[in-house]
Ligand binder design. Structure first.
Ligand code: PEP
Ligand code: MG
Length: 603
């Protein structure tokens, strides 16, 4: 987006009073829909505060419990109406159901009623605010989303207490045009009910593409734009809008030309999705037939099923650190084992790469007391933290080993910088195995591999390859550490180019070392999902790619358009180029004409 361009003026208008022509948000779920708006009016309920007499306390506690029960019944009802193909996502609603029983929420609200002598609404508010305060300091999308989960649950109970209706309305009856829900915010439970209620898409003022709401929207194939600031301010019931879930754009009151353009994009996207269907069930290979393992990166266990549906050949990266956020204590061995087993089972015999927790740097967790560091990205992160928190690390390794009885598991260590760290990690894995055996639990031998994402790992790739079962190159961090660019710093973001010659050479060196040692070399950074980069990576010697589940079909299609020979020729030329621009021009010139349909789908 260029500065001062039309998108900027839309943003400015959204913040001011003048209705903009369009709103820019996050593309939460792909697809395009033109339709009429139904607003969900859910102004924040004012929470009443009332003193209660001693004699009323028990009645207030009973009222709170009654409201919790009613909220539970309501959520169970929504869960039961989830369409069959979205049942796998019921876990998200289960998490809300669990929250209704959470001691932190319930006990604290009851304690407030009893000790402060306040009404049930106020007691509930106290406990919700407290839980949210625990999350307050986080500056992380995933974390923020968990805070909204607490809000969603709190609001649901509060409305029960106050007798307010809160259900999402039905789509407009007798309407020939599709109906689109516009709301300030939608909970996963709201989203789960949208298809059954006849909605064809939705727009919210707030939210991010990594929220559970967005995940459910994708599972339900509902085009959605979230975080479209100003949506509830500038739209009203009956307005016609275009929801472009591919670009994250909402066009307000489109003219005839814009409607035709949107319909054309909708048609093209539908054709594109259909054309990829053929790829979902096919093994991934280059045009010449050379197989390339194409796996999925997942962060939530529920994504394993999406990965499988999208035709992924296993999980190339499970970011297990997401199990550790938004909690005061690390997950137990049993809890982790259950989650890992569920993922392994969902993948039906395809390999699952479980990465040990990568916490620290920009990845938060309340489960650890992390020191405040000047340079957190260079500090106590990933394997460094694991080797300090040995008990937690070992519990995770035990859970991973136990899950290996459900199918093929690979254990992967993040941010390895030295051989000594790899050896220490192996020693921990062996200790974990011995502990299990002492408990009479059989622990299968699992491959232990590493992420190559520090420059030092590239320099000593030959040494690491001798002691690793596999490599997976993490270009997100490799770019950060090699080019000395803070991943989250927008001032230097222009330098963060995975096609930089320094990165290509690092990938090539790593792949060569893996080849010499006879171990597989994967790549799981975001670069692998770039359609023009994917064949180049194979040409550089990478044998497996791991991408977001939604990207699997398109990357599969892109690889099938290029032969291994051509990929190698382009890679050899790229290795002699001097700038990222030159490399980008080369891949564009050589690969883009073969995949113009794939590249155009998201334009
Ligand atoms: C990477 O660094 O490329 C990677 C895949 O790991 P993460 O993005 O989780 O740091
Ligand atoms: Mg990384």
């Amino acid at each position: 987006m260029t500065q001062g361009g039309p998108d900027d003026s839309a943003r400015r208008a959204a913040l001011g009073e003048e209705p903009p022509a369009r709103l820019i948000g996050a593309p939460a779920s792909p697809g395009v829909v033109v339709g009429r708006v139904v607003m969900l009016d859910r102004r924040k309920v004012q929470v009443p505060r009332r003193h209660v007499e001693d004699s009323e306390v028990e009645a207030e506690v009973a009222r709170l419990r009654g409201a919790l029960d009613a909220a539970r019944t309501q959520l169970n009802g929504i869960r039961a109406t989830l369409p069959v193909d979205a049942q796998d996502h019921a876990l998200i609603l289960d998490a809300h159901l669990l929250m209704l029983d959470d001691a932190l929420l319930v006990d604290e609200a009851e304690a407030a009623i009893r000790t402060e002598k306040v009404n049930a609404e106020w007691g509930l508010r106290r406990s919700v605010e407290h839980i949210k305060a625990l999350f307050e300091k986080a500056d992380d999308d995933y974390f923020r989303e968990r805070r909204s989960d607490v809000d969603f649950v709190g609001e649901r109970v509060l409305r029960q207490l106050m007798g307010h209706s809160q259900e999402v309305p039905k789509a407009r009856d007798g309407e020939r045009e599709p109906t689109i829900l516009v709301a300030h915010e939608l909970s996963p439970a709201d989203t789960a009910s949208l298809r059954a209620k006849g909605f064809a898409g939705f727009v919210t003022d707030v939210g991010s593409a990594t929220s559970h709401t967005a995940i459910l929207a994708r599972a339900l194939e509902l085009p959605a734009v979230v975080g479209a600031q100003g949506a509830t301010k500038f739209l009203a019931n009956g307005d016609r809008i275009v929801v472009d879930g591919l670009r994250g754009v909402v066009v307000l009151r489109p003219n005839a030309e814009q409607i035709i353009a949107a319909e054309e994009r909708r048609r093209r996207y539908a054709l594109f999705v259909r054309s990829l269907d053929a790829h979902r069930d096919q093994p991934s290979s280059m045009q010449c037939g050379t197989p390339v393992a194409l796996r999925a990166n997942i962060e939530l266990p529920t994504e394993a099923l999406i990965a499988r549906e999208q035709g992924a050949d296993g999980v190339g990266l499970y970011r297990t650190e997401f199990l550790y956020v938004d909690r005061r204590l690390p997950p137990s061995e049993d809890e982790q084992c259950e989650v890992y087993r569920a993922v392994v089972t969902a993948m039906g015999g395809r390999p699952v790469t479980l990465r040990t927790f990568d916490i620290g740097g920009d990845k938060f967790s309340t489960a650890f007391r992390l020191p405040k560091e000047m340079n957190p990205a260079l500090g106590l992160r990933a394997i460094r933290l694991a080797l300090r928190e040995r008990e937690v690390f070992r519990a995770q390794l035990r859970a991973m080993l136990r899950a290996a009885d459900a199918g093929p598991v690979r254990v992967m260590i993040p941010m390895i910088a030295t051989v000594a760290e790899l050896r220490a990690a192996r020693a921990e894995l062996e200790a974990a195995r011995a502990e299990l055996q002492a408990r009479g639990i059989r622990a299968p031998d699992v491959p232990l591999g590493i992420m190559v994402e520090t420059p030092s790992a590239v320099f000593i790739a030959d040494l690491l390859a001798k002691e690793s079962a596999f490599f997976s190159i993490g270009t997100n961090d490799l770019v950060q550490y090699s080019l000395a660019i803070d991943r989250g710093n927008e001032h230097v973001a222009y330098l963060a180019r995975p096609l930089d010659p320094a990165i290509l050479r690092a990938i090539h060196t790593t792949a060569q070392a893996a080849r010499t040692a006879g171990i597989p070399c994967a790549l799981c950074g975001a670069m692998a999902a770039d359609l023009l980069s994917a064949p180049l990576l194979i040409g550089l010697g990478v044998g497996e790619l791991s991408v977001d589940p939604a990207a699997v079909p398109a990357v599969k299609a892109a690889l099938s358009r290029v032969s291994l020979r051509e990929a190698r020729e382009v890679a050899a030329r790229a290795l002699n180029l001097a700038t990222a621009d030159e490399v980008e021009s080369l891949v564009r010139e050589t690969f883009a004409p073969k995949m113009s349909d794939l590249l155009a789908a998201g334009d």
